[in-house]
Design a protein around this ligand. Structure first.
Ligand code: PHE
Length: 341
């Protein structure tokens, strides 16, 4: 004899299985739950029909009824679990755990900035403080006050960017020396990192825009030996205790005597390689004892005060440290390059 309640239940099971099969949403599951167990849902309706079931079918119907209830609960739970990835957290259902996570890329310091920070840290430990000057300088601060003769090649318009109103883009950080000395009495112990500009044709080792760090130390009885010891300490702090330094006579208008100083090659340790062009030495920067003309210009008495100055190229140091073969890498903002630091 057919049993209309069991038939209904069987039909409902197939229907619910279909409804919960495809990719369902939280709301779909809830709707199935309401349709089956809700106040006007299937089970309350079937319960009412139970009283019309003939007594000989009651047992069978009751059993089917209970089995079906469990079946529906199991179907709903399974669907819920598929949706939430097994989490019991209600809110988890809003998160699609199958999506790949998105990784936030943190910004990072540019290798030039890292180098500036490291240089400043080394000189700070030696008692220097940081000074700064503008990129747009006066011809006076960049050249005249630095004892640079009118016919000095660095003044050429082919080398320096002029604005035509007595100002220029500073070609070196040395004008900061003038600004500091004009604004304070000695003693002075400063470093000044900053941008410089020269009309160079860009290539692997030249850029129209680069950075230097200037150092200036003025006190009583400052000698070349002090300069050498500061530069040696810097070399050791920067590249390790094995590095040697060498001073070669040179000329700068604002220092007398002037030197260029080299570090023993940090790559081949002085044996000779392509980076040091087989010389075993790396040219790092210029330095010297501040010329008495400069001291007089800023109003310091050269009979009482003496001192040294140095200036080095930040890019050169960064390129050596990280073995970067072309300065242009530092300015192209290629994230594949920048992400390495
Ligand atoms: N300003 C010089 C340059 O750019 C470097 C320098 C600085 C030399 C201080 C001596 C003293 O080449």
């Amino acid at each position: 004899m057919s049993n209309p309640i069991i038939e209904k239940i069987d039909k409902a099971i197939i229907d619910v299985e279909q409804r919960l099969a495809a990719d369902i949403k939280e709301a779909d599951i809830e709707q199935v739950r309401i349709d089956i167990f809700g106040r006007n849902g299937m089970f309350p309706a079937l319960s009412k029909e139970m009283k019309d079931v003939p007594p000989e079918q009651r047992r069978e119907t009751g059993q089917a009824f209970n089995v079906a209830k469990q079946k529906f609960h199991a179907l709903l739970d399974a669907a819920q679990e598929r949706l939430c990835g097994g989490s019991t957290d209600e809110n988890a259902c809003d998160i699609d755990l199958t999506l790949p996570g998105c990784k936030w890329k943190a910004g990072r310091k540019h290798p030039v900035t890292i180098m500036i920070d490291d240089c400043v840290a080394v000189f700070r430990r030696m008692g220097f403080i940081v000074a700064a000057g503008p990129d747009m300088e006066t011809v006076y601060n960049n050249f005249d006050a630095l004892n640079t003769p009118r016919d000095h090649p660095s003044r050429d318009a082919a080398d320096t960017f002029y604005f035509g109103d007595g100002r220029l883009l500073r070609s070196q950080t040395s004008p900061v020396q003038i600004r500091v000395m004009k604004s304070q009495e000695p003693p002075v112990r400063i470093v000044a990192p900053g941008r410089c500009y020269r009309r160079d044709t860009p290539d692997a080792t030249h850029s129209m825009n680069f950075h230097q760090i200037e150092g200036l130390y003025i006190d009583k009885d400052v000698s070349m030996a002090d300069l050498k010891s500061i530069l040696l300490s810097f070399a050791h702090e920067m590249f390790g205790p094995k590095v040697k330094i060498r001073l070669r006579p040179h000329f700068f208008p604002f220092t007398e005597p002037s030197v260029e100083y080299d570090f023993s090659c940090i790559i081949c340790e002085g044996k000779g390689c392509s980076v040091c062009k087989n010389s075993g030495w790396l040219e790092i920067a210029g330095a010297g004892m501040v010329d008495s003309n400069v001291l007089e210009t800023v109003g310091y008495d050269p009979e009482i005060w003496s001192g040294f100055a140095f200036g080095m190229g930040i890019e050169r140091l960064a390129m050596l440290r990280h073995r970067i073969s072309d300065i242009r890498w530092l300015y192209e903002n290629d994230t594949r390059f920048l992400e390495q630091f």
